[in-house]
Ligand binder design. Structure first.
Ligand SMILES: [Zn+2]
Length: 286
């Protein structure tokens, strides 16, 4: 299955079949699901820096239109929101492009659990809107334009030490300003510290997929809930689960047939799935 330039169409099979491991082509890039190939076991989910982890996963699952791997510098140069979009695409590929999770109502007398489903397509549209609207900060009568942060910015911020959150925000904003606007920004900002609130708000809104929040009305008590939700973390949890599932597959096939890991990965995923079914059938008959 090859789908060209249509972000809304993703592979819809929820079962392990030939289709699930085939690639999706989006904007000249191909994306395959995670958790089927030997290299997917190489990813260390325990590493401390999330940008490194996210980029390793994307470098593993994405290629050019022909499926040839892309240099990791491409992913470091992506805006963080775009990277989150790709990560969500990889994480939702095996099923139906939906992000499903549970939330508890904030009303202390209710606290009932709500099942939330967000379509990946809605998030892709949100990201596209953000890409088409440049971020601006208005201080006094002057407007400053900000570019969106990339993985390279994130890496450099992570390597720096900031005395407090305000200093971190200020440094981030200055990195994202065009060079020619920096001195006039510093001049206006140094006069009135209350601009800090504006900067914090702009940094919150600059990447809707990174600082994602969701307004949900509880169906049981009617309370309005505004939940912050970490979409990237949700994707990483799904991908970690897919890796654990792959380990279980290797373990079961190795234990049963005494195959080596390399033998197991030489078999296409759909056939591994059939062997697992046969093993399960034997267990059921015992
Ligand atoms: Zn409620």
């Amino acid at each position: 299955m090859l789908i060209s330039d249509r972000t809304s169409d993703v592979i819809s099979s929820s079962e392990i079949s030939e289709a699930t491991t085939e690639k999706l082509v989006v904007r000249e890039l191909s994306i395959r699901p995670f958790g089927y190939f030997e290299e997917d076991l190489e990813i260390d989910f325990q590493q401390t820096h999330r940008p490194d982890l996210e980029i390793q996963i994307l470098a593993c699952c994405m290629g050019n239109r022909e499926g040839i791997k892309i240099d990791s510098s491409f992913f470091w140069n992506l805006e963080i929101g775009k990277r989150t979009e790709y990560l969500l695409t990889v994480a939702t590929l095996p099923n139906r492009s939906q992000i499903e999770f549970n939330l508890n109502c904030y009303n202390s007398e209710c606290q009932r659990q709500m099942e939330i489903t967000i379509l990946l397509l809605e998030l892709i549209l949100l990201q596209q809107q953000a890409e088409n609207h440049p971020t601006e900060i208005a201080l006094e009568t002057k407007k400053f334009s900000l570019r969106k942060p990339t993985g390279i910015d994130q890496k450099s911020w992570l390597e720096q030490q900031f005395p407090d959150e305000d200093s971190a925000t200020l440094a981030m904003v200055q990195t994202l300003l065009p060079v020619e606007q920096i001195s006039s920004f510093q001049q206006i900002f140094s006069q009135e510290k209350h601009w800090m609130q504006t900067l914090n708000q702009v940094m919150e809104e600059i990447d809707p997929l990174v600082n994602f929040s969701l307004q949900v009305n509880c169906p049981y008590c009617g309370t309005e809930n505004l939940h912050d939700f970490d979409l990237g973390d949700w994707a990483l949890q799904q991908l970690y689960r897919a890796q654990q599932q792959l380990l279980i597959t290797v373990h079961r096939l190795a234990s049963h047939y005494h195959w080596r890991e390399s033998d197991i990965f030489a078999i296409p995923p759909w056939r591994r799935s059939r062997y697992l079914d046969l093993i399960q059938r034997e267990v059921n008959y015992q």
